[in-house]
Design a protein around this ligand. Sequence first.
Ligand SMILES: *[C@@H]1O[C@H](CO)[C@@H](O)[C@H](O)[C@H]1NC(C)=O
Ligand SMILES: *[C@@H]1O[C@H](CO)[C@@H](O)[C@H](O)[C@H]1NC(C)=O
Ligand SMILES: *[C@@H]1O[C@H](CO)[C@@H](O)[C@H](O)[C@H]1NC(C)=O
Ligand SMILES: *[C@@H]1O[C@H](CO)[C@@H](O)[C@H](O)[C@H]1NC(C)=O
Ligand SMILES: *[C@@H]1O[C@H](CO)[C@@H](O)[C@H](O)[C@H]1NC(C)=O
Length: 332
Amino acid sequence: MQFQKLLLAFAVSFIVFFSSAQKIKILTSGTETSLRGLSVINDSVIWVSGSNGSVAVSTDGGNNWKWITVAGYGKRDYRDIEAFDAKTAIILAIDEPALLLKTSDGGSTWNEIYTDTTKGVFLDAMDFNKNGKAIIVGDPLEGKEYRLQYDVKHQRAGKINTRLHFKEGEAFFASSGTNIKWIPHTKNYVFVTGGKRSRFFLNGLWYDLPMIEEKESTGANSIAVWDKNNMVIVGGDFANDTSTTKNAVITQNAGRTWFQPATPPHGYRSCVEYITKNKLIACGTSGVDISKDGGMNWTLISNESFYVCQKSKQGKVVFLAGKDGRIARWKE
Ligand SMILES: *[C@@H]1O[C@H](CO)[C@@H](O)[C@H](O)[C@H]1NC(C)=O
Ligand SMILES: *[C@@H]1O[C@H](CO)[C@@H](O)[C@H](O)[C@H]1NC(C)=O
Ligand SMILES: *[C@@H]1O[C@H](CO)[C@@H](O)[C@H](O)[C@H]1NC(C)=O
Ligand SMILES: *[C@@H]1O[C@H](CO)[C@@H](O)[C@H](O)[C@H]1NC(C)=O
Ligand SMILES: *[C@@H]1O[C@H](CO)[C@@H](O)[C@H](O)[C@H]1NC(C)=O
């Protein structure tokens, strides 16, 4: 009897453990900011950035957050952030003037590291490699590409001269800061465009993507890179966010050919991330999906809206952020 009770208790807690293990835990919400920037250093230190000049940092795994309005730049929309520790971070503002700011004191003060007052300038996303080198993409100006590089060590930012031309209406989404990525352990990076045309770029080469395109709201939003061969792209149509039409593609040969998943993510997705080589997470305004087979089949795990998700760089936990200051944690 006693043993059976114990067995039952064990079985019940086992079930509870497994059902809750699949759940996304909301850590905070109700702030008037739309969060699209996320940088997770480890399972303890997490930074987010968003509209209304907002940045927040947690040093205890997301249980407590310190909210900051960026002093002197409190009206800007910070669509991307890269953090280096609990004190140091760089944020990217969309719109005019182009603006990159850096803090070294946990967000109390910020210094401009790049600004450009050219009419029509619009930065979208950035990615840093392990050596502190960043590539930053902005929307094309008069059809010409706008790309920057930045070096944390030398604190130098500057424009890269490129000859790439974009189709009218082809641009970058500033939806999660993840449409540009370094390929781990290489000197190369990749980026993806959307809008009237959706393309994948690598080293001056480009390939058209078999994703939904033609409208301002369509195309690739985010690319996850496992290695030089294996990558997954998500997007879709943010104006039709439950449609699964051509909203994700996979490559296994460095971008030369792309194919669609057997079961696509359940709607428009603004961000995709590798957790392991086979396991991925993707989120968007109509929910969150996971794949356990390299992006071939996706399962909806939440209907909750999130713009951005990221696995901790030195840990295992996944964090998500979205509208109304919502931040969540997902741990398997
Ligand atoms: C910014 O914050 C103010 C209150 O501090 C709020 O009234 C406003 O709606 C917010 N705007 C956005 C875009 O979040
Ligand atoms: C996380 O990173 C911070 C800042 O670099 C460090 O102080 C802390 O010890 C790290 N925590 C864990 C759990 O790795
Ligand atoms: C939304 O997506 C559905 C399913 O893919 C499609 O049938 C419909 O035409 C789309 N609506 C718009 C306005 O694009
Ligand atoms: C996943 O996709 C493959 C197609 O490669 C299909 O054969 C398989 O049945 C799918 N698995 C599930 C669980 O849906
Ligand atoms: C999402 O919503 C649909 C329709 O309301 C529901 O059937 C489904 O169970 C929900 N899925 C999750 C993972 O919450």
